[in-house]
Design a protein around this ligand. Structure first.
Ligand code: 5AD
Length: 352
């Protein structure tokens, strides 16, 4: 594709979400053309979300998981890791540290842990609201409509539940005992309850072709999310996908960029998996459409036990230092670390 032709395709993408155009863009392999795509996404990011880089603090409160997702190190059949659940006091303590760093969103994340008691989590959410007045994002998997409702009532603001792939057959293959339909229904329930709704996919899953990725991006557009996480697959040796290749880093950046161009306003994190895969801690995703960074505050020994994919735990050392690094990186890009709550742009526009 010639460069002037590429520019007109990119301009068209934001209005007409043509599957063939998306496919052409994510199949580009010329370095100059790819750079053009990433720069275009960066411009679209600036137009919708500005130059602020939003920051979140994560607490991984339980690594118990009842699921057996074929890519994930926390899968039920991995008997090699010790399992933990953090207690109320430990969690509140970490949330206090996050707040002390000036961060106003906490993400409470866990495996799909059935024994994570819904009423206990109500207490956790209420106490965070009471003590720290922060935005609370939950990421604890598929639960009942009632659980989602009581957590919302307790003050939870946002929910992350990734589809991982929007291809139903591939989804069902990678998630034994789970159903695509139920996951989608959970996501729609969350939206109906008024949560700011997050979704996302993995890049480079076994059986995933460019056509699946095109459909994933169209799925994002159709369902209209507030937050979208795109990350490269990284093989974990205690999973059925242990011998598969990692997701292609360039493909990850291209899909992230096209996601920004097509969807416009959602908050897009520079995912931890993306940072692990880049190995240069240069936040390349932030120059390709992303506008959020999430810092892992989970204390040891828990952080190392939250072993979703190799290299993840190492990313977590001393969040204060990482925030400092981000500040320096942001300034180099002519941007800044944004300490506001960072609500969904759609929600903010509705209010104002
Ligand atoms: N590589 C990269 N990301 C992974 N996740 C799970 N397993 C892997 C892996 N092997 C991501 C999924 C999941 C989130 C908790 O971590 O997107 O939703």
């Amino acid at each position: 594709m010639k460069l002037d032709q590429l520019h007109s395709v990119l301009e068209k993408l934001a209005d007409v979400h043509d599957a063939n155009d998306i496919k052409c863009i994510i199949m580009l392999d010329d370095e100059h053309a790819i750079r053009t795509v990433l720069e275009y996404a960066d411009m679209v990011r600036k137009r919708h979300a500005g130059d602020g880089i939003l920051v979140r603090g994560i607490v991984e409160l339980s690594n118990y998981c009842d699921r057996s997702c074929s890519y994930c190190g926390l899968n039920y059949f991995n008997k090699d890791i010790a399992r933990y659940r953090m207690n109320f006091g430990e969690i509140l303590n970490v949330v206090g540290q996050i707040r002390k760093c000036g961060i106003k969103t906490v993400v409470l994340q866990s495996g799909e842990d059935e024994k994570l008691n819904a009423h206990w989590l109500v207490e956790v959410i209420a106490e965070i609201k009471n003590r720290y007045d922060m935005a609370v994002t939950l990421s604890v998997g598929e639960r009942s409509f009632d659980d989602y409702a009581v957590w919302k009532q307790a003050g939870a603001d946002r929910y992350l539940l990734k589809i991982e792939t929007a291809n139903e057959d591939l989804y069902n293959e990678l998630h034994p005992g789970m159903s695509f339909e139920n996951r989608l229904e959970c996501s729609r329930h969350l939206k109906a309850l008024g949560y700011q709704n997050g979704n996302g996919i993995l890049i480079g899953l076994k059986g995933q072709t460019v056509n699946e990725l095109v459909n994933d991006i169209l799925f994002f557009k159709r369902e209209d999310f507030d937050m979208l996480g795109v990350g490269p697959f990284i093989p974990h040796n205690m999973t059925p996908l242990a011998n598969e290749q990692s997701g292609d880093y360039q493909m990850y950046l291209k899909v992230l960029a096209v996601t920004r161009i097509v969807t416009g306003y959602p908050h897009l994190p520079a995912t931890t998996a993306g940072e692990v895969a880049s190995q240069d801690s240069g936040y390349r995703a932030l120059k390709a459409g992303a506008n959020v960074v999430m810092f892992d505050f989970t204390p040891e020994p828990y952080r190392s036990l939250y072993d979703i994919y190799p290299g993840k735990a190492r990313q977590g050392t001393a969040p204060v230092d990482k925030i400092m690094k981000l500040k320096i990186a942001a300034e180099k890009m002519g941007r800044y670390v944004d300490y506001s709550r960072g609500d969904s742009i759609r929600v903010l526009e509705k209010v104002s």
